[in-house]
Write a protein that binds this ligand. Structure first.
Ligand code: UD1
Ligand code: UDP
Length: 388
């Protein structure tokens, strides 16, 4: 049967907000390179306009080739729905590579499908570990990294974690942090954007807050402690808080939303797109967050980051960067230190340089060139014999 495309098909999987800024630079680099027939697959894990469409627009991503429309659900429901929806797509197109990013439920679901179909999977942002299996993401990271064929890590701790888990060095490649490629691609738009001024904020005169980790926002007592701590910080420093849908739902359900809305100095808003958000972050005095990606972006931008978590899967943002783990109890004191300049400046980790997507494409092309033209019989892949 003649193939429609002589180029190897590559699926790039996008699912949730933090995925889009990891997928976009790789998408653009793959299109510019032209070796692969790259196809974007959106699982639909995040679906609100301000959790998905805004990012496609800001990051210059096209309509996905496939939209699986899985939506929300329990962990089992969501993971299973992604598997059910992706399996026929993967079976029909038999991609030469499927690239999954990050640590969301869709990441592990797609990896499971590919592993069972004998399709090669590449994990972008591999090797991160919080060593806290109460985090759903930690389970997703562990399973994804065991199954994926090629593991692209952002930092040396990632390589070390994988080696400690017995993963062969030949499956590991340190490509750097692709989030920052998105920042560099959008830098001009971010700098020209006037979001912080439109919100009436002064440069370096406010803090940015985001919260969405289940350990912080799903428990009424934990969320109440955080609301009280934020109100105390806001007495000294205006805070802008784009509220994640999980968090808004819980603030409402636990009767905490009006307490936060009426706290002097607190400005709540809906989640904002990437360019607007990075405009807010890059002009802020500090960030208060439990986000993974924001720990990295603040290190890159040399902005104090106060992470409301007992651990982080991104320790390099603490050892080399501007991130510190804090609690609701010491948040006011730590914010005060950051405002007084009593905070480490840190440095940009190696390969957090805006060039990660180029390294990823080079890595894929090396892999492609290294593949034997005959597939082993236990890998039912239709690796194209007409590869470039
Ligand atoms: C997910 C990821 C998390 C990531 C976060 C980024 C998993 C296990 N979790 O968490 O790792 O840090 O995305 O933001 O994959 N909702 C909406 N609209 C949307 C999306 C979600 O209203 O577009 C609401 C729904 O009520 C949903 C809830 O938010 O039930 C949680 O969404 P879900 O994707 O399950 O988890 P997140 O908390 O967003
Ligand atoms: N972000 C955004 N708008 C917001 C909040 C976050 O664009 O209102 C961006 C942020 O800059 C980072 C990414 O979303 O690039 C992080 O996503 P999130 O915190 O949802 O997930 P995590 O990184 O914790 O998995």
């Amino acid at each position: 049967m003649p193939r429609l495309s002589t180029r190897p098909i590559l699926h790039l999987i996008a699912a949730a907000r933090p995925n889009f800024m990891k997928v976009a630079p790789l998408w653009h680099a793959l299109v510019a390179d032209g070796t692969f027939d790259a196809r974007l697959v959106h699982t639909g894990q995040h679906y609100d306009a301000n959790m998905s469409d805004a990012f496609f627009r800001d990051l210059g991503l096209p309509e996905p080739h496939h939209h699986l429309g899985v939506g929300s659900g329990s962990h089992a429901e969501q993971t299973a729905r992604v598997m059910l929806a992706y399996e026929p797509v993967a079976t029909a197109e038999r991609p030469a590579f499927t690239v999954v990013v990050g640590d969301v439920n869709s990441t592990v679901a797609v990896t499971l499908v590919c592993a069972k179909l004998g399709l090669r999977t590449v994990h972008l942002e591999a090797g991160l570990r919080s060593f806290d299996r109460t985090m759903p993401e930690e389970i997703n990271r562990l399973v994804t990294d065991v199954l994926a064929d090629l593991l692209w890590t952002p930092s040396p701790d990632g390589d070390e974690n994988l080696r400690n888990e017995g993963i062969l060095a030949e499956r590991i490649e340190r490509v750097g942090n692709i989030m920052l490629d998105s920042y560099e691609l959008q830098r001009a738009h971010i700098e020209a954007d006037g979001t912080f001024r439109r919100l009436g904020l002064a440069p370096k005169g406010y803090g940015v807050v985001t919260l969405h980790r289940p350990s912080n926002v799903d428990d009424p007592a934990a969320l109440a402690r955080l609301v009280a701590a934020l109100a105390r910080v806001a007495a000294d420093l205006p805070l802008v808080f784009p509220v994640h849908p999980r968090t808004r739902k819980n603030l409402t359900e636990f009767g905490l939303l009006s307490r936060l809305e009426t706290a002097p100095g607190v400005q709540l808003c809906e989640p904002v797109g990437y360019v607007q958000f990075m405009n807010l972050v890059s002009n802020a005095a500090l960030c208060i967050t439990d986000s993974g990606g924001i720990q990295e972006e603040t290190t890159y931008l040399d902005i104090p980051c106060l992470t409301l978590r007992p651990n982080t899967e991104r320790p390099i943002t603490v050892t080399e960067g501007t991130n510190r783990l804090v609690t609701p109890e010491n948040l006011v004191t730590e914010a005060g230190k950051a405002l007084r300049g009593d905070w480490p400046h840190g440095r940009r980790p190696d390969r957090w340089d805006g060039q990660t997507a180029a390294r990823c494409v080079a890595s894929l092309k090396r892999w492609l060139a290294d593949q034997p033209s005959d597939q082993p019989s236990d890998r039912p892949s239709d690796w194209p014999s007409d590869r470039p």
